[in-house]
Design a protein around this ligand. Structure first.
Ligand SMILES: NC(=O)c1ccc[n+]([C@@H]2O[C@H](COP(=O)([O-])OP(=O)(O)OC[C@H]3O[C@@H](n4cnc5c(N)ncnc54)[C@H](OP(=O)(O)O)[C@@H]3O)[C@@H](O)[C@H]2O)c1
Length: 330
């Protein structure tokens, strides 16, 4: 497989290269693509060096699949050009996620929706991915009515410049370009992406709409508050889930422990619960603090954490490529 990685010099792009190598995706050639300022730079993959090229050259090199993580504008403009050339695009930006003609895929949840006709496939928002992986088995067993989620999101979710801002502030350097409207070190920002007319942020509305689309069920009500915190390991979420049917906690734990891509870390007596520092660099979604909401019947509280650059972006995209390959769709 010839694989183009568009945005190869960025945080997600770098992680995509690592994940492709670690999972032994059958790569014969990497075609790294980035902005004009990076053309000619070298990118290393499994000990081999590949030169960053522009879009036109990348298309001419006829990759089998192109994994995009170079922003929504780039995807809107360039993904159709790759698709027209017969190249399957897996896109990490928000550009195509809510387009009714495009599939929005988390392989553990809805890989079966993919067909050979899907030439641009959308990878969901990082906060949505980790939540639906946990929701899916619970929905099948108990039917989810409503979800209330509050997120605690890593600065790596904003990209390289945000990580630079955090560490510069920590080092007392005020000269670095600011990505956030406020200081992020030693702070918490109840603000991710732009504010909308309804008072929510775009990130919050992404979590709401994307969840319904991936779960294939508009009856699930979702409300979200998304928050940026000064960590780098991954996104954390406090999730409150109300079900149609009652549950018992032992079965919930067993169900989650048996779910592909989920690891239960739930032993509070021994201080075992998911944290960004332990989820960092891992591909799974970690779940803990599983307990009944004592204020309302048939309602569960849990805490889930995943590395947003891995399962929230790179790993999910590579898993989509693996699925396409396994099913003979690329
Ligand atoms: N970070 C996350 O957790 C996460 C999760 C899911 C999805 N995403 C999405 O993934 C994308 C990249 O995020 P990131 O965190 O990796 O950002 P980043 O670290 O800022 O990297 C951005 C990448 O895009 C490239 N790029 C920028 N403008 C371009 C253009 N006009 N043409 C071609 N390449 C261009 C950059 O190339 P240069 O180095 O040449 O500038 C760089 O490779 C965004 O769409 C983001 O929404 C991010």
């Amino acid at each position: 497989m010839k694989v183009a990685v568009v945005g190869a010099t960025g945080l997600v792009g770098g992680e995509i290269l690592k994940v492709l190598a670690e999972r032994n995706f059958p790569v014969t050639e990497i075609i790294p693509v980035a902005s004009e300022r990076s053309i000619g730079k070298k990118i290393s993959f499994k000990g081999q060096e590949f030169t960053v090229v522009g879009y036109d050259d990348a298309i001419k090199m006829k990759p089998n699949v192109a994994i995009f993580s170079a922003g929504g504008g780039t995807s809107l403009e360039m993904a159709p050009k790759f698709a027209e050339a017969g190249i399957t695009v897996i896109d990490n930006s928000s550009a195509w996620r809510m387009d009714p003609t495009k599939k929005l895929v988390v392989p553990e949840v809805n890989a079966d929706v993919l067909t050979a006709e899907d030439k641009i496939i959308a990878n969901p928002n990082c906060s949505t991915i980790q939540m639906v992986v946990v929701m899916k088995p619970l929905h099948e067993k108990y039917k989810i009515k409503r979800v209330v989620v509050s997120t605690y999101q890593s600065v790596t979710g904003t990209g390289k410049a945000a990580v630079d801002q955090l560490f510069a502030e920590r080092a007392g350097d005020d000269s670095v370009a600011k990505v956030y409207p406020h200081k992020i070190d030693l702070n918490v920002l109840p603000h991710i992406d732009v504010f909308l007319e309804n008072g929510y942020t775009k990130e919050e509305m992404k979590m709401i709409k994307e969840t319904n689309k991936i779960m294939g069920d508009d009856s699930i009500k979702v409300t979200a508050t998304t928050v940026r915190i000064p960590t780098i390991g991954g996104h954390s979420e406090a999730v409150n889930i109300e079900f149609e049917n009652d549950f018992d906690l032992t079965t919930v734990r067993e169900l989650l422990a048996a779910t592909e891509g989920v690891i239960v870390q739930d032993d509070p007596a021994n201080f075992l619960y998911p944290m960004p520092i332990t989820a960092h660099g891992k591909d799974e979604v970690f779940v803990g603090r599983i307990r009944r909401d004592e204020s309302q019947e048939k309602t569960l509280n849990l805490w889930c954490v995943a590395d947003n650059l891995r399962k929230g972006a790179a790993t999910n995209a590579v898993q989509i490529a693996e699925h396409l390959l396994k099913k003979g769709l690329i």
